[in-house]
Design a protein around this ligand. Structure first.
Ligand code: 5GP
Length: 210
């Protein structure tokens, strides 16, 4: 059972292009919320800072961390390795901080299966439609049409995991999406009633499946 003063773990996952990273950044501005900074073997993108966006490490270092069992979870995503080290997360939770995880469904599965003694809330963020997703992916710096096509295919595979999350949120508008997540987190932490319509979500997922 979680201890009353412990922090809560909040996972946000989404297929690429659904806007999750911006949401995590917004939520981290709330009092008492902190982002878990992952390790990755991928190269930094322009503007990304080491120890702020990620701990950028090479494969040898990543494998050393795996061998030393330092990861709470790790996974291969788009040919790069990503992982969350255990100690900083547990330290934050024990100090009563709520920890935000921007991780994929593989990492979410691993953390869920660990059944840690901390409250866990999981969110899966979806785009309003395939057309909007296609536009968002095409507008990124990755102009390459092949990459966009590959990410659209990956989207259909990632979508299958929606069912394992506590809440699925549609990111049609950043502010309202943020506000929905914020309210649900508060309701979960305070054991209040939740404003959430699973049937609407099921219908939306079905629409995205075809
Ligand atoms: P990007 O390279 O675009 O920053 O992230 C690619 C994907 O890797 C995103 O879906 C992101 O949520 C996921 N990711 C980032 N850090 C981690 C991590 O520590 N563990 C796992 N499992 N996935 C991660």
């Amino acid at each position: 059972m979680p201890i009353v003063n412990d922090g809560t773990m909040i996972i946000l996952s989404s297929p690429s292009g659904a806007g999750k990273t911006t949401l995590v950044r917004l939520l981290s501005k709330l009092d008492n919320f902190e982002i878990s900074i992952s390790h990755t073997t991928r190269q930094p993108r322009q503007g990304e800072k080491s120890e702020k966006d990620y701990y950028f490490v090479n494969e040898t270092e990543f494998k050393r961390l795996i061998k030393n069992q330092e990861f709470l979870e790790y996974a291969k995503v788009f040919n790069n390795l990503y992982g969350t080290t255990r100690t900083p997360v547990i330290d934050k939770l024990n100090k009563g901080k709520n920890v935000l995880f921007d991780i994929d469904w593989q990492g979410a599965d691993q953390i869920r299966n660990k059944k840690l003694d901390y409250k866990l809330i999981t969110f899966f963020i979806l785009p309003p439609s395939k057309e909007v997703l296609f536009q968002r992916l095409s507008n990124r710096d990755m102009k390459d049409k092949l990459i966009v096509r590959e990410r659209m295919k990956q989207f259909s595979r990632d979508l299958l995991h929606w069912i394992n999350y506590d809440y699925v949120i549609i990111n049609d508008n950043l502010n309202s999406c943020y506000s929905k997540i914020h309210k649900l987190i508060n309701a979960e932490i305070n054991n209040d009633s939740k404003d959430y319509d699973p049937e609407y979500i099921r219908a939306h997922v079905e629409k995205l499946t075809y």
